[in-house]
Design a binder for this molecule. Sequence first.
Ligand code: COA
Length: 718
Amino acid sequence: MHPLDPIFKPQSIAVVGASRRPGSIGREILHNLIEYNFHGKVFPVNPKADFIHSIKAFPTVASIPDPVDVAVIVVPREEVLAVVDDCARKGVNGLVVITSGFSETGEEGRGFEKLLVEKVNQYGMRMIGPNCMGVINADPEIRMDATFAPALPLEGRIGFMSQSGALGVVILNMARELDIGFSYFVSMGNKANTSGNDLLLYWEDDPLTDLILMYLESIGNPRRFMQIARRITKRKPIVLVKAGRTGAGARAASSHTGALVARQGLDVAMDALLDQCGVIRVNTVKELFDLALAFSKNPIPRGNRLGILTNAGGPAIMATDAAISMGLEVSKLSERAAAELQKLLPPEAAVSNPVDMTPKASPRTFAACARFLLEDDGIDSLLVIFVPPMMVSATDVVAGIDALRKEFTKPILGVIMATEDSFDEINEKQPGHMAIYHFPEPAVQALATMERHRHWRERPMGEVRQFPAEREAARELLEAARTLGEVHLSTPDAFRLLECYGIPVARSAAAATIEELEAQAKRVRFPVVLKAVAPGLVHKTEAGGVAVDIRTLEELIAAARRMSEAVGGHTATATEATAQLASSTPLSFLMQEYVRGGREVIVGMTQDPNFGPLVMFGLGGIYVETVKDVTFRVPPLTDVDAREMIRQIRGYRLLEGVRGEPPIHFEALAVILERFSQMVEDLPQMAEVEVNPLMVFPEAHDFCAVDARVRLTLSIAD
Ligand code: COA
């Protein structure tokens, strides 16, 4: 038995705080349990009453003679802990705590919640809530509606979890109107004991749940969520409304990566994470329902070719435009389908795709034409548009199409541009009818999302590969810098770090003094680049610390002298400690081969306060923040993630080569991203890393990082 079974599959329920007052929450929960025909025993518990709602009541849970699986607690906050003790005496294993006034209310409430969680853990119970609206299991074998929502849910195959109770009520109402049914509905409240991840795991193998919908305000453990969701979405779609899209919040950003994350204003980390685990994110509850309708009532399409059947031209054009802009194909019909339709329809009808039957089409014509379209192997899904003319009933059209749904394993979505009365009639006369929308665009959008989901399912999972690396040497490098109180690694050390992970860097030589530089220069091939090196010197270009295309020894020495003078006062980004160090440590130099002819990309990492590290890839160089052609992922990257990142940026075409240029070596670039991800995973001491530019070429052996910055965390926990 699963530890959550006592809550979701109980044989007996105690409603503690079942109230005598009609309209009170405790009374409504008792009422819903009975009204929904719970297949088990219900025991009201109330010390002040002998019976409630015509049912014998008990003064305590312990005094109930029968076993009790779950207690729904609806008593004032101050009573809750004593009720939990009472439940423990009875051997109750599951709790649903409706009572509010816990961590959602501030300091005092947090104290109460801590005590509650401790008690629940101590007794080995499981709990939903506190501060929740209750739970529903619509399985005909159970039929438990332990909520106080006025609308009783329809039975269906959707597991729904909501972090907002109020929204839960709205959702149950709307779902009924749209003929959407649930297997489970869970209002999670403060998620003090049972998390969204726990519920996902519970539904992963649940035979009655095919689709998971989530309304979340926070994800407690994003990395665990990613692991679980990545697996589940291969079999069951997950659609999520995540509130709080704006306000990524300010963060210390001394890199393009950090600045881009902060400036995008959207929670890029969340988007990256959801993308990586195949979770479909929507912005509104309306969109959630649009998708719920399509997914819950249809199989996943086998391809992107859409057939459109209509009795009115305008909406079909809207649907066609929407389909094409969303990547669907409104494909040509097979000759057979076209010939059959021609026989069936009047001469003024259009028998290409969209098939416009004209307003004369009867429900029977709708069904007959739909059949030919569905039989056409060149059509993967069907959109049926109906604008009601006089004398043709929408319900009859829907009934005719519904009959075909049993025969064909292709998605069929309806657009009925009619009044609310027509929808009420369809709900009443055709329960379990096809997915119906008021307008073409949301229907097409839903089909396009289903198509994307098919791609996700078919996409290989990929693997996180481990490459040989000098992990210990890298750690020592970071620790040494930290011991010196440095915030950033020096450029030579940053290069050395990259080399530890097999990321190629430009050939370079360090020199402590101008004399040493002169000696080194005799052994290099010009042209070269000269860079100033000093603790805390991060923005070298701005500080006059970079000179490029130096062609002679004389130019090199002159540049080094200029640099010594210019750089002195530019270590402002350092902490106080490193600034002091900078003034006491003389400037040194890094001479580098002058790399030309490559294309510039950026690879970066920044820490998100909730998600941990976030890896960025995009077009590099000095215009990174202007062009903003970047993409993010939560590491560890799989081989598939790395390749997708590269393909995802707009500048991919540039990397493929324009005007006869050869493409860059994509495989070598992907491996660098994988190695970078491995480095990020291995070294939590790094707050930000940026390799920019990384010069990429058609030949793998030409690749090299030309500049790199590494900012350290102040402590591991930072
Ligand atoms: N055991 C059993 N019953 C008890 C009890 C106990 N230890 N202590 C009190 N009760 C009974 C009361 O006698 C009362 O029954 P009565 O009306 O027949 O006298 C009933 O429980 C409710 O107690 P009451 O004091 O009337 O509280 P209330 O109904 O005003 O409020 C809550 C109780 C739980 C509804 C309220 O505290 C609360 O948290 N409300 C917000 C709930 C919410 O919004 N949750 C989140 C949804 S998203």
